[in-house]
Design a protein around this ligand. Structure first.
Ligand code: SF4
Ligand code: SF4
Length: 481
């Protein structure tokens, strides 16, 4: 696969491959807004729901998607109806649906099970730029299964494979049933001589629909748009209008558990790492577990550490009152320093987060960066070093976009490729002036979206007026006749 730009941040606190079990708490909290969708409760206050029954439904993608209950328990609905609390009465997991072998189950039944099992939103489609259509109107020619995680630190595909080898292989077999005729499943790994790649190759010998692909270990290779672009560039047989679906290893494992064992999505393997993590590793957590319980299980203390939901590049600060969601796979931990470092940014030490050559940390090349939740220095101007341009995986010129946006020239920024930015945050990470480029571009994209929607609304109103004028004219001519 051909990949443009990128960079592999070397950050301390890489999670070990070990997966520990976080205990199931007495209560789970299920938010009704997840993955950009709003779910509507399917249960009433005080009702007892069985493991796997739908707690809520969301309409979208040509069908209905469920939020299944991760335990058996008693429901109480929050006062503002934004979340459900489940008082756990039984945390056991038992099959909810009968198992059907992959070769006999129709594609429609697979889609239905994945929607009822809460798994459909874990699939990304190049056609919609989000989850695929549920009504069967799109059949992918390619399904990419990504085993890479380069953003510090997300759950690695190899960790999932080691723990759930059979479920991942089962998931792949079911997914192949959703392919269009002569479609292919591509497994994306790092190197062909990797032992996991060898084992996968051996396991899939003779299955012509399965291909192994290798991609460089550079962030953000795992981003769906970047993976699609890399596949299209590297494989001339991929047509520009071909639909590509992308899933990560954990989603495929969940597909295997859902269709092969009748289990809905009920738990996540999350990587807890970063320079502030006392014991970096992976945790198996039940969906809905309050984050303060996750922090306890990972030996973290909110007063001494700042926790981001997601990886270092795109993570957002969490609130202890929040809970594990259906698509969580990482909590990145930063130490909270006691005080701000005076003029810290002028010290070219070994622990500065930068790939700029003037920083001594560039020379060491190891996991040597010390990242904290503190701010270093003040806002500084762009020094035109070009590092952001060098790493941008979309081939953009972030420094030029920044200059246009600084002058409020949003149309020029749009013409220079602003809509293509995927918000990976790599430009902000490498910028020695620490300009918040990613944030700036996300705000500008929002503004563009709103302006386009307004323009579209005005155009529709004008068209309607024109139509009614035309209609009136025809009517008056008829009357005169
Ligand atoms: S955030 Fe946007 S501009 Fe910056 S490196 Fe990523 S894709 Fe490029
Ligand atoms: S990395 Fe920062 S300082 Fe360097 S060119 Fe880009 S915006 Fe300017």
């Amino acid at each position: 696969m051909r990949f443009h730009g990128g960079y592999l941040p070397r950050v301390a606190g890489r999670p070990s491959s070990m997966i520990r079990h976080a205990p199931v708490p007495d209560q789970l909290v299920i938010r009704l807004r997840q993955g950009g969708m709003t779910y509507h409760g399917a249960v009433g206050n005080g009702e007892t729901v069985a493991f796997g029954s739908p707690l809520a439904w969301a309409e979208g993608a040509g069908g209905r998607i469920a939020l299944p209950a991760p335990v058996t328990g008693v429901v109480s609905i929050d006062a503002d109806a934004s979340a459900l609390t489940l008082k756990v009465t039984n945390a056991e997991t038992t099959p909810v649906w009968p198992r059907q072998p992959p070769e006999r189950i129709p594609a429609e039944a697979i889609r239905e099970s994945l929607a009822c099992g809460g798994l459909w939103p874990l699939i990304w489609s190049s056609r919609t730029g989000g989850m695929p259509m549920l009504d069967g109107s799109e059949e992918p020619r390619r399904i990419l299964v990504n085993f890479l995680a380069t953003e510090p630190f997300r759950t690695r595909g190899k960790v999932v494979l080691q723990a759930h080898w059979e479920q991942v292989l089962t998931g792949l077999r079911y997914l192949s049933r959703l392919l269009a005729e002569y479609g292919l499943v591509h497994l994306v790994l790092t190197e062909p001589d990797d032992p996991v790649a060898h084992a996968l190759q051996k396991e899939t010998t003779g299955q012509v629909w399965m291909h192994l692909e290798t991609a460089p270990l550079r962030y953000p290779v795992e981003h769906p748009r970047v993976l699609c672009g890399a596949l299209r560039r590297g494989d001339r047989t991929v047509k520009p209008d071909e639909t590509i679906w992308i899933l990560d290893a954990q989603a495929v494992q969940a597909v295997g558990a859902c269709l092969g064992e009748g289990l809905p999505l009920h738990e996540r393997i999350v990587a807890v790492g970063g320079p502030g993590a006392a014991n970096p590793g992976h945790l198996r957590v039940r969906i809905g577990t309050p984050l303060d319980r996750v922090l306890d299980a990972a030996d973290l203390d909110e007063t001494r550490q700042q926790v981001l939901r997601g990886g270092l590049m795109r993570g957002t600060p969490v609130q202890a009152a929040d809970a594990v969601k259906y698509d969580d796979d990482a909590f990145f931990v930063l130490p909270r320093p006691a005080k701000r470092e005076f003029l810290g940014f002028v010290n070219p030490g070994f622990d500065r987060v930068s790939i700029l050559p003037c920083f001594a940390s560039r020379l060491t090349g190891a996991a040597d960066r010390t990242i904290t939740a503190s701010l270093r220095g003040e806002r500084r101007p762009c020094i035109a070093c070009g590092l952001c341009e060098e790493v941008c995986p979309r081939g953009l010129l972030p420094q030029v976009l920044h200059r246009y946006l600084y002058r409020d020239a949003i149309d020029e920024a749009e013409r220079t490729g602003l809509p293509l930015c995927i918000g990976c945050g790599l430009c902000s990470y490498v910028c020695p002036s620490k300009i918040e480029l990613r944030h700036e571009f996300a705000q500008a994209q929002d503004r563009l979206r709103r302006e386009h929607e307004q323009a579209q609304a005005v155009e529709t109103v004008n068209e309607q007026r024109e139509e009614s004028r035309q209609h009136e004219k025809e009517h008056s001519e008829d009357w005169r006749k």
